[in-house]
Ligand binder design. Structure first.
Ligand SMILES: CC(C)(COP(=O)(O)OP(=O)(O)OC[C@H]1O[C@@H](n2cnc3c(N)ncnc32)[C@H](O)[C@@H]1OP(=O)(O)O)[C@@H](O)C(=O)NCCC(=O)NCCS
Length: 465
């Protein structure tokens, strides 16, 4: 049986195009600070007509295989998490098979998982379970989370974003799962959903989604704590964890979420909550849980108490989500990538808890143990390969007008056929995959910048195109 199964390698791709939230505030005519302080977001990354969930995932998978020198024949399972629908039947995974077919490897299990922002976590659990199972054939699992988060004009639009992230799964990993320390909460809710199949935009009840998220957080934390306590025979609290990583639709919700964990600890009489904090929170100890989700005073008081802990245990995870936005399935793992980027040299021996939430709703909180590992599968090499600073620096800022124009074009293109893209790849890095065409049979074609004339990557030969 495989031992110490977990994440061996990570890579991330986000589009080179973004808009600043401050500029968006002025453009949208909302009060200054609403998106930057109110939502806690700095920038919003987005796909232009050249990019989509397939091109982003082609980029991240080819980059991961290349940079960690993984032979494509060594992948035995490939799972994609996404909620961006470009086809109601054909999986994104099958587009990615073009990478592996070229090497004669078609013996790869797995398809796509979908439930809002949770699909990536479902894919990750499947891959880890496969490596730990009697079906494992000794090869790696590969998880891809890819999404373009776009909203109709209105208050939710500034919470968009886009990215793809790839996680290589196998034994003896630097990032291992504490499989017994895990809690889930799944229920029926209409907080955010996509019933209109002709539109890429969700129907979203923003306030309800916030409450559903916090309720799910409480319940996952409760379930996880109970399992830990049964296993270890001692009380569990925030003080047992070095870092917390949250699914990040916008940073303000992450701040509220962490404060909520401290309030939970206060109610459970955790020993690290000092007298001053107890005094601040005492007034809220008799609220019903429904009341507690609505209390602005509790939110304020618990965020105050949580602030020093937030700065130490959460702030290092917020870099990419604040600068790229909500990446749906990739959001949680982009937050984790931020931690690896910021703290890789200090993470050996640390416990990190992740909270995954997908509207509708599905949620899981799980625990990881980190160790430096062996090159190329080491924490320091993961940070080098991801090159987060380099990728952020080489982005291009769009003015809000151009962002809105792009959203209009993408609305028009969603579900459309028979069009060519502009092929102006000047903003893309060399080697980036991009969409060239959707033909009269809705087939999508991609090319690689710098290799446009060897367009085989896109299944062109198989399609007789
Ligand atoms: C998050 C969302 C509900 C915000 O909508 P909104 O109508 O702008 O909400 P508000 O008017 O309450 O403003 C949001 C916050 O900004 C604050 N704010 C408003 N104007 C401000 C200003 N000028 N300066 C500072 N803060 C400001 C508000 O006080 C509020 O803070 P709070 O959350 O601490 O109460 C909306 O963006 C949304 O629906 N997003 C998508 C939701 C989502 O991603 N759901 C999935 C969850 S997994």
């Amino acid at each position: 049986m495989a031992k110490n199964v977990g994440i061996l390698a990570v890579d991330i791709y986000f589009p080179p195009t973004f808009v600043k939230q401050e500029a968006l505030e002025a453009h949208d005519g909302v009060s200054k600070g609403k998106y930057t302080i109110g939502l806690g977001q700095d920038c919003l990354g987005f796909c232009t007509e050249l990019e989509d969930v397939v091109s982003m995932s082609l980029n991240v998978v080819t980059s991961l295989l290349d940079k960690y020198k993984v032979d494509p024949k060594q992948i035995g399972r490939l799972e994609v998490g996404s909620e961006t629908v470009i086809d109601k039947s054909k999986s994104i995974k099958t587009f990615l098979m073009q990478i592996f077919e070229k090497y004669g490897n078609t013996d790869i299990e797995g398809v796509d998982s979908t439930n809002a922002c949770y699909g990536g976590t479902a894919a990750l659990c499947n891959c880890v379970n496969w490596v730990e199972s009697s079906s494992w054939d000794g090869r790696y699992g590969l998880v891809v989370c890819t999404d373009s988060a776009v909203y109709a004009e209105g208050p939710a639009r500034p919470t968009g974003g886009a990215a793809a992230i790839a996680l290589l799964i196998g034994p003896d990993a630097p990032i291992t799962f504490e499989s017994k320390i895990r809690g889930s909460h799944m229920a029926h809710a209409y907080d955010f959903y996509k019933p209109n199949l002709a539109s890429e935009y969700p129907v979203v009840d923003g306030k309800l989604s916030q409450t559903c998220y916090l309720m799910a957080l409480d319940l996952c934390y409760k379930h996880l704590s109970e399992k830990y306590e049964k296993l270890e025979g001692k009380k569990f609290s925030v003080s047992d964890v070095d870092y917390f990583v949250f699914h990040s639709p916008y940073n303000k919700l992450v701040q509220k979420s962490f404060a909520r964990l401290l309030f939970n600890d206060f109610l459970r009489n955790a020993s690290y909550i000092d007298e001053a904090a107890k005094e601040k929170l005492a007034a809220f100890s008799n609220l019903t849980s429904d009341e507690s989700y609505q209390s602005r005073d509790l939110e304020k008081a618990s965020q105050q108490v949580a602030k020093p802990f937030y700065d130490a245990k959460v702030q290092p995870t917020t870099l990419i989500p604040k600068l790229v936005g909500n990446m749906y399935t990739a959001s949680l793992y982009a937050a984790f990538a931020s931690l690896l980027h910021n703290k890789h040299s200090e993470l050996s021996g640390k416990r990190v808890i992740l909270f995954s939430y997908g509207s509708g709703l599905t949620s899981t909180m799980f625990s990881l143990q980190l160790h430096e590992g062996q090159h190329p599968f080491s924490l320091s090499n993961i940070a080098t390969v991801m090159n987060v600073s380099g990728k952020l620096k080489s982005r291009h800022e769009f003015p809000p007008e151009k962002f809105v124009e792009t959203m209009k074009l993408m609305e028009h293109r969603y579900g459309a056929k028979d069009f060519l893209t502009s092929k102006d790849t000047s903003l893309l890095a060399p080697g980036t995959h991009f969409l060239t065409e959707v033909d009269s049979m809705y087939r999508r074609f991609y090319a690689k910048k710098g290799e446009e004339n060897t367009a085989c990557d896109n299944g062109a030969v198989a399609n007789g195109h």
